[in-house]
Design a protein around this ligand. Structure first.
Ligand code: ZN
Length: 689
């Protein structure tokens, strides 16, 4: 009997299990077979729009470098990608990778026209072989970036020519031998093509596209083994074994490559389904934290991996690429810790490394950044000017690549779920318009001052009542969140995802507050960092901005937007804090977020007293008042703050009131503080006693 029935049973079980396991969104295309289903599905560009302070931030970006740089930077003005005879490699595509989403998220007609002027020559460049782009470029690397540009452009515009160019290019890759040498960018970064490749497979379901990605994966740098072994650890750092070269081994220690590559095993997991690749991603992130981790979820690299001490730099390109990797990895795995880290990078490292008006940026940012000058530093491979806020400090890659950070974050605030619902991935003022249930279009308006405060109101609008699951990510630091909806209150635990599967009527609201208690985090040499919600806090210092004129191959804008910054008050404070009760003795001032409209479009060049930007230090959105004590022996070393002395530190002065402001607004800062041994503080050290 069994012999007869077993095959039928097997087939039945197979069909049944497939039906029950793979629930598919009927409004948005998830991963088709044979790919593994992702946790969530990215919404097409334009589905999520910024509101409130986030919109102001994007408007600042549009009025800053992103909206203007291609009018005066020769590499973009004459770019071969837009039909000129100049630069034909990565700079045009890098710039467009941020300009395209920025233009469509703001519905900015001028920027959309700019986009089209750039895109038309690219679409026209497609050839019979499938290769595209400037004829003088023979390298596959810039096309990996251009692919992402065309993908976004197609989503926003529906222009089928973009889909044709991409399909033809992947046919080219299918029909030509692999060319992904691990001594070149195109090989080390080859799996960047998989982002577009899988997207294209979802659109077309052409099975040969998976063969292309498998071939790329098999013939390019093996990042999975790298994350498993992680050769460039603390010991390698201490022994100066981290290779500071531009060959195959040095490229695996290169900070931007690392920030990009952390998603590669995860991308491949979608096709292989092998847990080994998922494990490699999470092992890699842990190893970055352990060996090169900096406050705020980033890791150092100036420009090769450079250890944990808070004087080390992180390149701007690595910040925006790590953000993009986390956005992709969250879609695949849905692990909330990935989104926690995405918020940390977005709200701290990203604004911390540009001026508030986004006219000047750093190449390298530091957690303890007390002098911003061209003086000699101990960067691993970067030049002396790497930490000034300028037009093109050190090298031009960041000037071209920085633009993707904010717009791609906006796109990732909400994603679709496999059961025809929506998930709030990260929080910020925004509005999402998407299809839910059996195809009903809804909008959800998110009103919030997050990350500066934790109050969030979601309002659902829909022409008809519609049942769909609304998921909320609860950050890992947010304990016992009370969520109010439909006259009910439920409590959510930190790190969880809450599912509200309801029939939602027009105007219904979900109201909750993410509790922003003061947290402390142990850092280098037992130092402490202070966090509140997703914001890190830094010492507020008096400072002097000095305009310096740097010659960048004879181009500049309105004279100069290069700033050196000098401290005008002491920075060598230890915290006088009770580690068991960090909120004790701390005062928090929240300024209403509504007072930061970006309206000063005429005044393009930032100065210390112009404009009101959300990440503007002079009028910071959140100010923490606490106590500190100067540590006389803690001084500069090689023009950076020396290692914080090992805590706890013996008190040698008097306690003083100090202020902390968001890292993103503090252009000079101490963020990893030594801690004063409070058991040794005597009465004479307390003022007024
Ligand atoms: Zn860069």
């Amino acid at each position: 009997m069994n012999r007869v029935f077993t095959p039928f049973l097997f087939v039945f079980l197979l069909v049944f299990s497939k039906c029950s396991v793979k629930m598919e969104n009927s409004n948005y295309q998830g991963n088709p077979d044979p790919m593994k289903q992702n946790a969530y599905i990215k919404l097409p560009l334009g589905s999520v729009k910024p509101e409130g302070w986030l919109k102001s931030q994007l408007e600042a970006q549009a009025a800053g470098l992103t909206g203007n740089i291609d009018d005066f930077w020769p590499d973009l003005v004459n770019s071969s990608w837009r039909g000129g005879d100049g630069e034909a490699w990565e700079r045009g595509p890098y710039f467009l990778d941020g300009l395209v989403p920025l233009a469509y998220l703001l519905d900015d007609e001028n920027l959309i026209k700019k986009v089209k002027d750039w895109i038309e020559p690219i679409l026209a460049s497609t050839s019979d072989t499938g290769w595209y782009g400037p004829s003088k470029n023979k390298d596959r690397w810039p096309l990996a970036v251009a692919n992402k540009v065309l993908m976004q452009y197609y989503e926003a515009s529906g222009d089928n020519r973009a889909l044709d160019v991409l399909t033809k290019y992947f046919r080219y890759l299918h029909s030509t031998p692999p060319d992904w040498p691990d001594k070149d960018w195109r090989g080390v970064r080859a799996m960047e093509n998989a982002v577009t490749g899988y997207w294209l497979f979802r659109q077309t379901r052409e099975p040969w596209m998976l063969e292309v990605i498998e071939s790329i994966r098999n013939n390019s740098s093996d990042w999975t083994s790298y994350y498993e072994k992680f050769p460039w650890d603390s010991a390698a750092s201490a022994d100066k074994r981290i290779p500071l070269n531009w060959g195959p081994d040095g490229l695996t220690a290169h900070v931007v490559n690392n920030a990009m590559a952390i998603k590669y095993p995860g991308l491949w997991y979608q096709q292989s389904g092998d847990e080994r690749y998922k494990n490699a991603v999470f092992a890699g992130i842990s190893k970055y934290d352990l060996n090169h981790g900096q406050v705020g979820g980033r890791f150092s690299g100036d420009e090769h991996l450079s250890g944990k001490s808070p004087d080390r730099g992180t390149e701007l390109c690595a910040v925006v690429e790590y953000m993009y990797s986390l956005e992709n990895l969250y879609e695949i795995f849905g692990d909330n810790a990935l989104a926690d880290r995405l918020e940390l990078l977005t709200f701290n490292a990203l604004p911390g490394t540009t001026t508030p008006d986004m006219w000047a940026h750093q190449y390298d940012q530091q957690s303890n950044q007390v002098l911003v000058t061209g003086d000699k530093r101990e960067w691993s491979t970067n030049g002396n000017y790497s930490n000034i806020y300028g037009l093109m400090p050190n090298f031009a890659c960041c000037l071209a690549n920085m633009h993707q950070g904010w717009p791609k974050f906006v796109q990732s605030l909400w994603m679709a779920t496999n059961d025809n619902g929506l998930v709030a991935v990260a929080y910020s003022p925004s509005i999402v318009k998407a299809k839910v249930g059996k195809g009903t279009e809804v909008t959800i308006t998110e009103k919030t001052g997050y990350p500066f405060n934790g109050d969030i109101i979601l309002t659902v609008n829909s022409k008809e009542s519609v049942r769909f699951p609304l998921y909320l990510r609860i950050p890992g630091w947010a304990d016992s969140v009370s969520i109010n909806y439909k006259g009910r209150t439920i409590t959510a635990e930190a790190g969880s995802t809450i599912k509200l599967n309801e029939k939602w009527s027009d105007g219904e609201q979900v109201i909750f507050e993410l509790p922003m208690k003061i947290r402390i985090e142990k850092r280098f040499n037992n130092s402490l960092s202070v966090l509140r919600g997703p914001l890190c806090f830094s010492l507020r210092m008096e400072k002097e901005y000095r305009s310096v004129k740097i010659n960048y191959d004879n181009f500049s804008y309105k004279g100069s937007v290069d700033w050196e910054i000098y401290p005008k008050s002491a920075w060598n404070y230890g915290l006088v804090i009770n580690e068991n009760n960090p909120e004790r003795g701390i005062d928090i001032i929240e300024n209403p977020v509504s007072r930061y409209p970006f309206a000063d479009k005429g005044d393009m060049i930032w100065s210390a007293d112009s404009g009101k930007y959300i990440f503007w230090e002079q009028d910071a959105a959140v100010v923490i008042t606490t106590r500190g004590m100067k540590i006389p022996g803690w001084i500069l070393k090689n023009n950076s703050a020396d290692f914080p002395p090992v805590s706890p530190v013996k008190p040698e002065g008097t306690t003083e009131v100090i202020q902390l402001v968001p890292y993103g607004s503090a252009k000079l800062r101490i963020t990893e503080f030594p801690v004063i041994d409070i058991t040794q503080i005597t009465d004479v050290m307390r003022p007024g006693k």
